[in-house]
Design a protein around this ligand. Structure first.
Ligand code: URP
Ligand code: ZN
Ligand code: ZN
Length: 460
């Protein structure tokens, strides 16, 4: 099967030109002006952008969490991803304390195999690092799972202490992987939660007030120091605020490189939403919480300064019925919200169209940098001869509104209800096959493949 995309504006992290893209099978085989190639399928992309399929490196599908499960499973979550121009994602296979890391991979394979529509990989979330589990790191990296996630919060469920962190870092450094982190100070947060509960302060606003900026800045600095000491490649997930980014900025003064991901919600939404009426604020209960406008400014600047390389989502949806588990106690509200479908379009609409970032930066942040950092480049993350034909054909002028009535997330609300967006993913190809066309899915569950990742690249 061959496809030719004619006359589109091809945009990558470095280029921007009008060309045809010829695809044979799963990969791009020629790019050029007025290509003479005959193809089985021709797509006219005149007036459209043609950019690499998005890669969301922070997604939770079917996650057992806070007494329930995130509401998108591999079928619904990967389908929503494709509708929004994301062709690959990285989920977190979470080790259960007391069990092995491979047990987590087996559990996640049961969720994903035969169910995914887009391509996917896992970070291994290490919750119990000890002499029994240490040896698994080497084999996991050989099997293509090269990044190891840690939590400095959620004590008793997911959190590791600093001893485990440093032990893991030494091992991962030796075997050639990357350590990533949810960097907030779990003990401080638990103290503040207990304080607010003892004062009968139970509304969603107190979720926010239990995780002030300093809890994230402190943990980020501690993580950065431990990574410096062990010299392990390091990546901070869902960084939200000025104080935390300044820890990374400071580390660069001693020639340390720490990769940073923020998420689309931290660029666009702020903590005033926690003051919404009644229980409404629970829609945005996530960890870390939304921050202040000054933090949004820091994150946009951080993207342009190259201090923030990736924009993910931390997609982790829950129905309002699930959120209501915390109706009388904010600390029982499942943390997370739906976002995977909107990341690419929102970053284009709010970032590129509003001149906050360039179009090449947009491609870098939604696709190329995640591919490079997590060992998928140049198979993923670019449009080049030999790369997987994961391609979005995008109308930069089409206007639409976000709504839970029309989104594809398995969730009954949207954190962006009523938002106007300019720019729409019209056709999405995954490995050479049209996966989405004019608002219809053209692939079925099972088309998505597991991505075995290479060791990490320093080229970024
Ligand atoms: O609120 C969030 N972020 N939920 C998912 C778990 C995590 O901390 O990433
Ligand atoms: Zn987290
Ligand atoms: Zn997360």
């Amino acid at each position: 099967m061959s496809v030719i995309i004619k006359n589109g504006r091809v945009v990558t992290a470095t280029d921007d030109y009008i060309a045809d893209v010829f695809i044979e099978g799963e990969t791009v085989s020629a790019i050029g002006k007025n290509l003479p190639h005959k193809a089985d399928q021709t797509i006219d992309a005149t007036g459209k952008l043609v950019f690499p399929g998005g890669i969301d490196p922070h997604v939770h599908l079917d996650l057992p969490f806070m007494g329930t499960f995130s509401s998108d499973n591999y079928e619904t979550g990967t389908k929503a991803a494709l509708f929004g121009g994301t062709t690959s994602l990285i989920d977190f296979a979470i080790q259960t304390q007391g069990k092995s890391m491979y047990n987590a991979v087996e559990e996640w394979n049961k969720k994903s195999e035969g169910n995914a529509l887009c391509d996917y990989s896992y970070h291994l979330a290490v919750t119990d690092f000890n002499d029994q589990t240490r040896h698994e790191v080497k084999k996991l990296i050989k099997d293509g799972i090269t990044s190891f996630k840690t939590f400095m919060a959620y004590k008793g469920a997911l959190m590791v202490d600093d001893g485990q962190m440093v032990g893991l870092m030494h091992e991962v450094k030796e075997q050639g992987g990357m350590v990533t982190v949810h960097a907030t100070n779990g003990d401080m947060i638990d103290h503040l939660i207990a304080k607010h509960r003892s004062e009968s302060k139970m509304s969603p606003l107190y979720h926010y007030l239990s995780q002030p900026e300093i809890t994230e800045a402190e943990a980020s600095g501690r993580f950065v120091d431990m990574a410096y000491y062990t010299d392990v490649p390091a990546y901070i997930v869902h960084l939200t605020c000025e104080g935390a980014l300044n820890q990374v900025r400071d580390a660069s003064r001693r020639n340390q490189k720490v990769f940073v991901e923020t998420c689309i919600q931290y660029l666009l939404l702020d903590a005033s939403l926690y003051e919404s009426d009644g229980f409404e604020g629970s829609k945005w209960v996530m960890s870390p919480p939304l921050r202040q406008k000054k933090d949004q400014a820091t994150l946009w600047a951080g993207l342009n300064q190259g201090l923030v390389q990736v924009v993910g989502t931390d997609h982790c949806p829950f129905y309002m019925k699930q959120k209501q588990m915390g109706e009388n106690d904010f600390s029982r509200i499942p943390n997370g919200h739906p976002a995977i479908e909107h990341r690419v379009e929102l970053l284009y609409s709010e970032g590129v169209r509003k001149n906050r970032i360039s179009i090449n930066k947009f491609v870098e942040a939604t696709s190329t940098n995640a591919a490079k950092i997590f060992g998928m480049f140049p198979k993923k993350g670019t449009i080049a001869v030999g790369s997987d034909a994961d391609i979005v054909i995008f109308d930069p002028n089409e206007q639409h509104k976000i709504s839970a009535k029309t989104h594809h997330h398995n969730c009954d609300y949207s954190g962006y209800e009523g938002w106007d967006v300019t720019g729409k993913c019209k056709t999405v190809l995954l490995r050479g096959k049209v996966a989405i066309d004019n608002n219809e899915a053209k692939v079925n569950k099972g088309y998505g493949q597991f991505i075995r990742r290479k060791q990490l690249s320093k080229v970024i």
